[in-house]
Design a protein around this ligand. Structure first.
Ligand code: M6R
Length: 616
């Protein structure tokens, strides 16, 4: 969703840093962009509906240097906006400013009480030009300055007036050597350099400049100068921390390399993703699974008798697979809850319940809220997170990192691979070696990357299939057992990047409704890999065939009968049913990808969607 970057210092051009930082945040999804920066004493304030490249062009062409600023330092902020309040237009783009265009504010999130604040400000004579909620902030600061407050106090008073979830950065040309930032439920991080500081809503905008960062916590406000950062907490009960931590990922991992889209690159990273999710953890030679991230809570884990997994979107479907895995392997009852529902539910918990939050970004607002909801119950909170140092990684008691590297495409692919691999590892870990599946699955996990490579070799055939089916209006994905959550994920992947209507269902439910949709124009993707439920699945396929529905089957190598039934078949290598989703999903991801490419769509940035959903 929206992105924030900022710079103060004497080493870099603020404008260059901000433009490059905004480019690094483009993958999050946005529809307009803007900057307010000062280099060499000249202010540039420009906004634009559309891409960061057009904004960069405007900056290069005319610079719009309408004011001089008394400072030798470079300083300023920038923003990519994903419209919530008001259309994606130039006037609604951030930064927003006060009447005399001195205070510039960018904001991620939602100010819930902006109407109320706006009315009060309008009564005082303030005029609004945009439809946004953010515009109240520069006017609020301005109003407190007019009451005689110093800038930092005015900033804090304005922030205290806001209700909602936000990350804010502010630059005022009367204070040209300071940046201000605030956070409540939306991430913002300060990068620490030599006589320079950076701000970003996502550390990926900083990693080319510094790996030393300070994560702002909820209710914290920061006054950031080139040589020092001062942080205060507006929550009287908590002291500000301001701890400097080191990020541990590499900038080059975000490069697109030889691929036309990040999504394709990330699908092709499946074997490497399984490898890094198992490295040092899965040890078949000594029949052990070792999860360092859970060591600290080892004792508590032995008392757990109920697990609630909470997540959104693709991470939620990984969670459903976690339910199957943990219940079968470790014998612990699991419930999986959509974070957006879980956070509003009233349900009883016991001390022996553990909550596992799954999130690629670690910044999904609903998942953060779900974790916060259980904070007061004193129950164990675990995370399966990809983005190191993200909010969920920090607010959980312990967890297991995905180590999948930055995922850039809005459609989550390799993160799902890592999440499911880790859920299998957690299930094995919780079984404490007692499950009969313990040794077989450890062995299978260690050879899985090779099998994933074999699935990727089927890409030319999947591409042909995609060409054949690209014009279909609807798709059904059906599976049973471990392949049921996989069917749901296959449907999500297709709809989010190709805008084709797709539904996932349990094959056992077909006769309870979905079968009514089947005719010669409604293809079904049948997940029919070898396993105890294969015969039942074949009966479902027969029923579809009898109604003339085209069938694309995904089956295990060696199943010759399937070709008699299905219109088209993609084969995957033989693998235990508990790990089949990890191979089947690669086929589904490639299928969705090639359909979207065939339709000429923007695969990595589908319309209306954002990578990191940081508002409710
Ligand atoms: O970062 P998270 O894993 O918490 O994100 C959850 C969902 O927003 C995400 O998986 C979304 O559904 C993807 N676009 C699916 O491809």
């Amino acid at each position: 969703m929206c992105g924030i970057v900022g710079y103060i210092g004497d080493k870099n051009s603020a404008t260059d840093f901000v433009i490059n930082g905004l480019r690094a945040l483009e993958y999050r999804g946005y529809d307009s962009a803007g900057i307010a920066t000062t280099d060499g004493g000249k202010l540039i304030y420009l906004k634009n509906a559309g891409r960061v490249n057009s904004l960069a062009k405007l900056v290069a062409e005319n610079g719009n240097t309408y004011q001089t600023v008394d400072s030798k330092l470079s300083c300023g902020i920038g923003h990519t906006r994903w419209a919530t309040h008001g259309r994606p237009t130039k006037v609604n783009a951030h930064p927003h400013t006060n009447a005399d265009k001195k205070i510039f504010v960018v904001c991620n999130g939602i100010i819930e009480n902006y109407q109320e604040l706006k009315s009060t400000l309008e009564e005082k004579g303030y005029k609004f030009v945009s439809e946004t909620d953010t515009e109240v902030i520069p006017h609020l600061i301005d109003s407190y300055l007019k009451e005689g407050e110093d800038f930092f106090t005015a900033f804090k008073m304005a922030v205290s007036d806001l209700r909602g979830a936000y990350a804010i950065a502010t630059y005022c040309i009367d204070k040209p050597e300071v940046l201000y930032a605030a956070r409540l439920s939306s991430p913002i991080v300060i990068g620490v350099g030599e006589n320079e500081h950076f701000i970003a809503s996502d550390p990926s905008a900083l990693i080319n400049n510094t790996k030393k960062v300070i994560f702002l916590n909820d209710f914290e406000v920061a006054e950031i100068k080139a040589d020092k950062v001062h942080i205060e907490s507006l929550d009287g009960a908590k002291a500000a921390t301001g701890e400097v931590v080191e990020l541990d990922y590499e900038a080059e991992e975000s490069d697109i390399g030889k691929y036309p889209h990040f999504m394709l690159k990330e699908i092709h990273e499946a074997p490497a993703t399984i490898e890094s999710a198992t490295r040092g953890r899965v040890k078949p030679s000594i029949n052990t699974v070792k999860l360092g991230g859970l060591e600290a809570v080892k004792q508590q884990l032995t008392h757990i008798d109920r697990i609630i997994i909470t997540a959104c979107g693709t991470s939620y479907y990984a969670g459903l697979l976690g339910e199957y895995l943990i219940e079968e392997i470790a014998g612990i009852p699991v419930e999986v809850e959509l974070a957006s529902e879980f956070k509003y539910r009233s349900e009883p918990f016991t001390r022996n319940t553990a909550v596992i939050a799954i999130s690629q970004s670690g910044e999904t607002a609903d998942t953060i809220a779900a974790i916060k909801k259980v904070e007061d119950y004193g129950i164990l909170k675990l995370g399966i997170v990809n983005a190191t140092g993200s909010t969920i990684a920090r607010i959980t008691d312990a967890g297991v990192y995905c180590h999948a590297g930055p995922e850039q495409s809005v459609a989550s692919t390799k993160a799902f691979m890592a999440q499911v691999t880790i859920l299998a590892e957690i299930a094995l870990h919780l079984s404490d070696g007692k499950s009969k599946l313990f040794s077989p699955l450890l062995k299978e996990l260690s050879v899985l990357p090779e099998k994933a490579k074999k699935v990727l070799e089927a890409e030319p055939q999947i591409k042909e299939l995609a060409k054949k089916y690209a014009d279909c209006r609807d798709f059904l994905f059906m599976g049973r057992g471990y392949l049921y959550p996989c069917a749901l994920e296959g449907a999500l992947k297709l709809k989010e990047i190709s805008y084709i209507h797709a539904e996932g269902c349990s094959a056992g439910e077909m006769k309870h409704g979905p079968l009514a949709m089947i005719d010669e124009n409604f293809p079904t993707v049948a997940l029919a890999a070898e396993g105890p439920l294969l015969d039942k699945m074949l009966s479902n396929i027969e029923e579809i065939k009898a109604r003339k529905g085209p069938i694309i089957a995904i089956a295990t190598e060696g199943n010759d009968n399937i070709e008699r039934l299905a219109t088209d078949v993609i084969f995957i290598p033989k693998v235990r049913e508990q790990l089949q989703p990890l191979l089947v999903v690669i086929v589904l991801q490639l299928f969705a990808y090639h359909i979207a490419v065939n339709k000429g769509l923007n695969v990595d940035r589908p319309r209306n969607l954002a990578k990191s959903v940081t508002v409710e």
